[in-house]
Design a protein around this ligand. Structure first.
Ligand SMILES: Nc1ncnc2c1ncn2[C@@H]1O[C@H](COP(=O)(O)OP(=O)(O)OP(=O)(O)O)[C@@H](O)[C@H]1O
Ligand SMILES: [Mg+2]
Length: 252
């Protein structure tokens, strides 16, 4: 492969992905290429398949047909390779999913020690650096329940970053937060974007989408209906579904 091809090879590629839950057709012929450094924002009505699409990318959901590749490699089916994939694809969910019975520090060191076989001291140094980066290093010895939602989400981001992921998936990371905590999490995401992290973000934070995303994907009824730059999408949506969605969301 020459340098030019390497530069254009997508980091994440979904081709003709189909997924059903019983009779419900949730992902319909999804085709998506995410390049290194892209900040992709996925928006769309509730139930349109945004979370399911994210979950297929680190194989929390299987797909019925089609193909998903990370850095050119098809997703592994199981075992060690799957654990490795999960490490390469960092994920932050809407609900804070820290391990409740472990300290903040242990939450961040667990995977580097278990999956990467890092020495405890090295993992702790790494974790403290990341906790400082997201502004919660002073909370390291606390339990998750002692932190605010915004702090917990920042720990969840640090925990994902500890595995040096190739791509970060965010599924509505701020939607369960009290309003005053939303910005502290968005600020960390903005910083990651400026550091060229490849990011796929499901979010209804339109300010973030407009300012930080380089591409917007609009999903409805299990399909990608529109894809474009924030300017193209917000200024000139093409489909009635997108126009209708935007008119609802932007009047708030
Ligand atoms: N495990 C499951 N079993 C059955 N149906 C499911 C499952 N997970 C999701 N669904 C259904 O699949 C469809 C897509 O769900 P998904 O969570 O991907 O939507 P979404 O776009 O993320 O919605 P929201 O904006 O509400 O988070 C919905 O109709 C949902 O009820
Ligand atoms: Mg969802």
């Amino acid at each position: 492969m020459n340098a030019n091809q390497a530069a254009t090879e997508p980091l994440v590629e979904l081709s003709h992905v189909e997924k059903r839950f019983g009779d419900l057709h949730v992902l319909k012929d999804i085709n998506l290429k995410v390049a290194k450094g892209d900040v992709l924002v996925v928006i769309g009505p509730s139930g349109s398949g945004k979370s399911t699409m994210c979950r297929t990318i680190n194989r929390l959901e299987t797909i019925d047909s089609g193909d998903i590749r990370i850095d050119g490699h098809p997703l592994p089916q199981e075992g060690k390779d799957l654990a490795k994939l999960r490490a390469e694809v960092g994920m932050v969910f809407q609900s804070f999913n820290l391990f409740a019975n472990k300290t903040i520090l242990e939450n961040v060191t667990l995977a580097p020690i278990k999956v990467r076989h890092m020495a405890k001291k090295d993992a702790e140094d790494l974790a403290m650096g990341l906790l400082a980066r997201v502004g919660v290093d002073s909370q390291a010895s606390k339990m998750p329940s002692q932190l605010s939602g915004g702090q917990q989400q920042r720990v969840a981001i640090a925990r994902a970053l500890a595995m040096h992921p190739k791509v970060m998936l965010f599924d509505e990371p701020t939607s369960a937060l009290d309003p005053e905590m939303v910005n502290e999490v968005l600020d960390v995401m903005v910083e990651l974007a400026h550091e060229d992290m490849t990011m796929i973000c499901v979010t209804h934070e339109m300010g973030f989408a407009r300012k930080v995303a380089n591409r917007i994907v609009f999903m409805a009824d299990g399909q990608i209906l529109e894809e474009g730059t924030p300017d193209e999408f917000f200024e000139n949506p093409q489909t009635d579904r997108a126009k209708d969605f935007l008119s609802k969301i932007l009047t708030h």
